[in-house]
Structures are given as structure tokens and as C-alpha cells.
Write a protein that binds this ligand. Structure first.
Ligand code: AMP
Ligand code: ZN
Length: 468
């Protein structure tokens, strides 16, 4: 690794130096989307965070094995882990099968990932493709005596574990109970949760499977444990997700995985904070659960949204407004102008500004501080912007763009050069300016603008171009 990377570990409530289990490699799992609707922009924040984590780990020299699952069954409607299956409810509303709904929104999700330049993880397993693994895991728990049967399913007995609440802190067990609304009176203990739910006797579900306990479907938590351990082994380096998952979903993933294997499930637990909209909670009923389509409809680039997310640290609550997105788009535009310099800078310049790569890397390696990284970059850009052709050199500039693409994913290094004809026009305009033929100079400037190339006169009589 290039330098020490520290990450805030929810499990220890401390910033810790990250050391992978296997030298040179890193394994990570994040809870993926529940594919019953398009993700809203808050959900995307969680996935952009996971991608940023990956990018920084890759920059540090580690080979990643990342998993992001697709939850296509078992995620129940209420946050308290009760009620109907989200997929089944959405399917009934849309008069489609749960299978069709899952297929449709999984494809939409992958398309959204591409728009936001989120790297495809090595594995994107679906819960419905791993029913056997989930049944096997429940059988292991049953063999060890951790399960019991009630009318609607097979449950995990949380009272058997001394450290059940360790992710929220053992002194905070109230928080665990507070997160549950008591609906099921047959449960032995409030925090017990379903491993396998039985299909209702009078209905045929679209998604149901035979199991040693009867026809039904898996609980949401067991999916993640089964898929995480299948692809990453019993212990993984990092498990990530949104903070809402700490008291229930992740607490239960740890409980059942560690009860089954006797091993630590994940060394690091990383959680991203929520995003609000105009200072209020995002909710479909409030009409503020914006999607990537809403962003595109208003004419914004998806990467402007990515940049907006990177402007906040992942562990602080952020607030989305359309004005903030507009400001992020302007900032992205400035970044593109800066990127286009790659074709124009001299091989050697007079008084080169020191490259900001090391400084940026340093703050990113301190718990992924993207806002500080962007501030350092802005500072460098404004210094170089005073007279770019004298203050920066081509090779170091290109190296900077490639580094920024690795860690921030804003596509800065793949922009193209202008044509020879356009370059000739710029030369002609320079001649015209020298001869004080400003009418001609302006005419050429307008013509290039029509072709999408904007000219800017900077520093000592130099002109730089950028794509509009
Ligand atoms: P879901 O599809 O509901 O399972 O959620 C996908 C991810 O989005 C999870 O990691 C959630 O924690 C996260 N998430 C949900 N709502 C928000 C929000 N408003 N802001 C940030 N992350 C969120
Ligand atoms: Zn999960």
C-alpha cells in the first residue's frame, strides 16, 4: 500500500488503519438495491459511497473482490422488518409478476450504475439465485439450536447470543428493541427475526420455494449472509451499507453468520449517512424521492449528481436541492475545462505548480474525505487557471487527470482533442488579434462556439479552448 488508509469502523466506533486479511487483496460486500422500484437519489448516495471506497482501495494497490447483491425477494415493507414483501406489493400494483418486476428494475439499476460511472462489482448476485445456500445456512443454525418455529416461519433466537447488539454498542440494546414494533406475539423475544417465512396457506406467491420447513421464502437478512459468505468466505474485510441498516439488518446479518460459522463475519463495518431533500426526509408520499430520470428530465448530467455526492463526506448527513445540483454542474463544467488543458499544455513550463496528487491522496486515505480532496483540487485549479500555459505541464496534468478518474470517477482523462481545422482557426484568430482585427477575431470565436468549442483568453496573450 502507498500509505496508510484509515476507515471509520462502526463496530469499534473508531477510525482504524485498514489492513486486509490477505495481503494485496480486499473483499467487500454491500447490501444492494431492493428491485421493486427505481432507486431514489438517497439510495444512489449509498452506492456512490461504495464505489468511492472501491476506487480508493484500488488506488492503494489492493485487488478488489466486491459484491453488491440484488434483493429480489424477502425485503418486507416496514422498516421494522414486518409486513408484506416489497416485491410482491409492487407486482400487485403493477399487475405484473414479482419476477418481471425484479428483472425490470435490476436492469434499470445497472443502467443507473453506468450513468453514474459506478464500477461494476466482481459479483452482483440475486437472492433468488441463492435459495439453496440460504436454506443450507438456516439448516446449520437449526443444527446448532439457534432457530425455532412459529406459525408464520422459522425464527432466529437472538437471546442465545451474548453479543447480539455489538454493532450498535452493547449498552444500547434499548435502541435495538426500540427499532422494532411488536407485531408478532409468538416471537420469543422482540429482536428475534425470520429466517424463513411460510407462504400463506390460501395464496400462491409468485416467488416461493420448497424447504425442509415447508413452502415459503427466505428472510431478507439471511440472503445477505448467504451471498456474502458464498463469494467472500466466512470472514470478509469490509461490509458496507446505509446507517439505517445498523440496528436491524446488519445486526442480524452478524448474529446469524457468526452463530453459524463461529468466525467473525466482517472486520470493518462502514456506514453512509442519509441524504435529505430540502431539509426533509425523502419519502415517496412527500413526492421528493427523486430518481435519476428526474435529474435527466431537468437537463442535468448524471455525473454532476455524482460530484454533488462527493462534495459531502459520506458520514455526514447531506441535503439535496436543485440549486446545489446546479452549482455542482457548474463545478463539473470547470473540471472539464481544466481537463481539456491536457491537449494544450506545453511539455515544459516556466514555474510549475507542484502536483496536488499527494495531498489529495492523503485526505482520501483519511476515511475517504472527498470534500477535502475536491477543495484541494479547486485550490490547485484556481492557481493554475491564472496562467495555465506557464504554470502546468502536459505530462503531470495528464497524470493528475488519470489519478482523479481512479479515485473520483468523473471521466476527466478521456476527453478528445479538437480537429486540425479548428486548431488552424485558433491560429488565424491569434494572428487577427495581433493585427488588431478584432472583428475577424470575434467572428472566428463565434464560429468555433457554434462547433461546440469555447475560447478563453488567459494569462499572457494565450488562448485556451474547451468543449462546451
Ligand atoms: P434499499 O433498496 O431500500 O435496500 O436501499 C438501498 C440503500 O440505500 C441502502 O444501503 C440504504 O441504507 C440506502 N438509503 C436508503 N434511503 C437513503 C437516504 N435517504 N439517503 C441515503 N441512503 C439511503
Ligand atoms: Zn444486507
Amino acid at each position: 500500500m502507498k500509505q496508510k488508509l484509515t476507515l471509520f469502523n462502526t463496530l469499534t466506533r473508531k477510525q482504524e488503519v485498514f489492513t486486509p486479511l490477505r495481503s494485496g487483496e480486499v473483499t467487500a460486500y454491500t447490501c444492494g438495491p431492493t428491485v421493486y422500484l427505481d432507486p431514489h437519489i438517497g439510495n444512489w448516495r449509498a452506492f456512490i459511497f461504495y464505489d468511492t471506497l472501491r476506487r480508493v482501495l484500488v488506488d492503494s494497490g489492493l485487488k478488489p473482490t466486491f459484491v453488491l447483491n440484488i434483493t429480489d425477494v424477502g425485503h418486507l415493507v416496514s422498516d421494522e422488518d414486518e409486513g408484506e414483501d416489497k416485491l410482491a406489493v409492487s407486482a400487485a400494483k403493477q399487475r405484473k409478476t414479482a419476477w418481471d418486476v425484479a428483472e425490470h428494475y435490476s436492469m434499470r439499476f445497472v443502467d443507473g450504475m453506468d450513468q453514474l460511472n459506478i464500477t461494476r462489482p466482481e459479483y452482483m448476485p440475486k437472492a433468488t439465485d441463492h435459495i439453496t445456500e440460504q436454506i443450507e445456512l438456516i439448516e446449520q443454525l437449526e443444527a446448532k439450536g439457534y432457530t425455532y418455529r412459529i406459525d408464520d416461519g422459522i425464527y432466529f433466537d437472538t437471546s442465545m447470543l451474548d453479543d447480539y447488539g455489538k454493532l450498535v454498542g452493547l449498552d444500547n440494546v434499548d435502541l435495538l428493541e426500540g427499532a422494532r414494533v411488536e407485531v408478532n406475539e409468538q416471537k420469543r423475544y422482540k429482536t428475534d427475526f425470520a429466517l424463513w417465512k411460510f407462504s400463506p396457506v390460501d395464496t400462491k406467491r409468485d416467488m416461493e420455494w420448497d424447504s425442509p420447513w415447508g413452502k415459503g421464502f427466505p428472510g431478507w437478512h439471511i440472503e445477505c449472509s448467504a451471498m456474502a459468505m458464498k463469494y467472500l468466505g466466512t470472514t470478509m474485510d469490509i461490509h458496507a451499507g446505509g446507517i439505517d441498516h445498523i440496528p436491524i439488518h446488519h445486526t442480524n446479518e452478524i448474529a446469524q453468520s457468526e452463530a453459524a460459522t463461529g468466525e467473525k463475519f466482517a472486520n470493518f463495518w462502514l456506514h453512509s449517512e442519509f441524504m435529505q431533500v430540502n431539509g426533509a426526509k425523502m419519502a415517496k408520499s412527500a413526492g421528493n424521492g427523486y430518481t435519476l430520470d428526474d435529474i435527466a428530465e431537468k437537463g442535468f448530467e448524471p455525473l454532476a449528481f455524482r460530484l454533488l455526492i462527493l462534495q459531502s463526506h459520506y458520514r455526514t448527513q447531506s441535503n439535496f436541492t436543485w440549486e446545489a445540483l446546479e452549482a455542482a454542474e457548474n463545478r463539473l463544467r470547470d473540471l472539464y475545462i481544466f481537463a481539456d488543458l491536457a491537449w494544450q499544455l506545453p511539455k515544459q513550463a516556466d514555474s510549475v505548480q507542484p502536483s496536488p496528487i499527494d495531498q489529495i491522496r492523503q485526505v482520501l486515505y483519511q476515511d475517504l474525505n472527498t470534500p477535502k480532496a475536491l477543495a484541494i483540487l479547486s485550490d490547485y485549479m484556481s492557481k493554475v487557471g491564472e496562467d495555465p500555459l506557464r504554470l502546468a505541464e502536459r505530462a503531470t496534468h495528464y497524470e493528475l487527470l488519470e489519478f482523479l478518474d481512479t479515485v473520483l470517477g468523473l471521466n476527466l482523462s478521456a476527453r478528445s482533442d479538437i480537429s486540425d481545422a479548428q486548431k488552424n482557426l485558433i491560429r488565424e484568430r491569434e494572428k487577427a488579434r495581433k493585427n488588431k482585427d478584432f472583428a475577424k477575431a470575434d467572428e472566428i470565436r463565434d464560429r468555433l462556439l457554434e462547433e461546440g468549442v469555447e475560447l478563453r483568453d488567459v494569462g499572457t496573450e494565450a488562448t485556451i479552448w474547451s468543449y462546451k
